[in-house]
Design a protein around this ligand. Structure first.
Ligand SMILES: NC(=O)c1ccc[n+]([C@@H]2O[C@H](COP(=O)([O-])OP(=O)(O)OC[C@H]3O[C@@H](n4cnc5c(N)ncnc54)[C@H](O)[C@@H]3O)[C@@H](O)[C@H]2O)c1
Length: 348
């Protein structure tokens, strides 16, 4: 297996996380890191070369792959430079600020004949993979709804994330991951999309969104994120004709719930509840609801780089493909349009 000789540009939060990850691979040598802020380079790992710019790193360091971990608006320029230098590229998400920018990235990397992929490591999140397994195996029958929810309490954005021109806001941040997960899971075109996007407590950038995507196969996916929801939660729900699957938490704890028999002939029994007399929303008869465990999955973010290594060595295709990244960016543009106009957007 050929070794990856890696250079990271942008040695901030994500650059450091990625450097720590590389240290777990014998087949990846972190050769160099570059950052325009010298303070960021003071804790570069022993033996790793440090540079004050991407240009200097490309000129002097003996590397074959560049990981781009700088703030969002700089990604295009970095991709152009790395491609011109003949380096394979892993770019942080969001790869680009727009579909137009991304098309330029694809053009230059194809011309240079280098691998170009994006760090969508949340395809290996445990909670997501369990739900993908439920979806792939049709474990709850014909599905009509998928909900992906992420709520937090730390409302305020930080650093450059508060500036729209820097690609700040939650749609560019977690939104990219949550949309990518749904598009990778649901094997169907999107018919239409409706979205709300708000600045709840942040002045200039979005910190709440709710996106409804109606897929051509009959599934509707809803992705809701709020940073100032004040009830921290990561949850999933899939509803189908043969049950419901639900998850509470990134660790993937949850269950599948089915009914002991199909409710074709619901008797019109009236029950008194706190909501008054009801036939449809009374408590379940004893034994009606049956719980099953969710499928087991064994994944973590290291798997992203294991796959990249194989693709680098020509042993398999890249998993995060440019056309998939482009589709996520197109959805994000449709989200902004729908939020602006208050109308659904016909999509694919
Ligand atoms: N995949 C993920 O889960 C994930 C998580 C967090 C951030 N990210 C992405 O990683 C990227 C970086 O985010 P971050 O949170 O690490 O930001 P950060 O501000 O912590 O780090 C960015 C670093 O880039 C440096 N930098 C800025 N311009 C530069 C330039 N022209 N040349 C060289 N260095 C430069 C800064 O000095 C800083 O050290 C963003 O695109 C972000 O969306 C991805």
């Amino acid at each position: 297996m050929n070794k990856i000789r890696l250079g990271i540009v942008g040695f901030g939060f994500m650059g450091h996380c990625d450097a720590d990850m590389m240290a777990t691979f014998d087949e990846i040598d972190l050769v160099a890191v570059a950052d325009t802020n010298p303070d960021q380079l003071t804790d570069a790992p022993n033996g790793v070369e440090t540079y004050g710019s991407m240009d200097e790193m490309l000129e002097k360091a003996d590397i074959n792959v560049v990981m781009i971990s700088t703030p969002n608006p700089s990604h295009l320029e970095m991709v152009e430079k790395a491609a011109a230098a003949g380096k394979h590229i892993i770019c942080e998400k969001p790869a680009a600020m727009s579909v137009e920018q991304f098309d330029r990235m694809v053009e230059v990397t194809e011309k240079a004949g280098v691998i170009f992929t994006v760090h969508q490591q949340r395809r290996w999140d445990k909670d997501f993979r369990i739900m993908k397994e439920v979806y792939d195996k049709r474990m709850v029958g014909d599905m009509y709804v998928i909900k992906s929810q992420l709520y937090g309490v730390n409302g305020n954005m930080h650093d450059w994330h508060v500036f729209p021109e820097m690609g700040g806001g939650m749609l560019y941040d977690w939104g990219v991951h949550l949309i990518d997960q749904i598009l990778w899971m649901v094997d169907s075109g999107i018919d239409s999309l409706y979205a709300d996007l708000r600045n709840v407590i942040n002045e200039k950038v979005d910190d709440y969104f709710n996106i409804l995507m109606k897929f051509k196969n009959g599934v509707t996916a809803e992705i809701e994120l709020g940073t100032y929801y004040l009830t921290p939660k990561r949850a999933w729900f899939i509803g189908g004709t043969k049950g419901s699957a639900m998850i509470d938490g990134f660790a993937g704890e949850g269950k599948i719930v089915r009914t002991a028999h199909l409710l074709e002939n619901v008797p019109g029994k009236i029950t008194m509840t706190a909501a008054g007399p009801t036939r449809s929303f009374g408590p379940p008869e004893p034994g009606l609801l049956q719980e099953e465990p969710l499928p087991e999955v064994n994944v973590d973010h290291r798997n992203y780089f294991e796959h990249f290594l194989k693709a680098f060595n020509g042993e398999e295709e890249i998993i995060v493909l440019p056309e998939q990244v482009r589709r996520v960016l197109s959805v994000m543009e449709a989200v902004r349009m729908s939020a602006r106009t208050g109308e659904a957007v016909r999509f694919e």
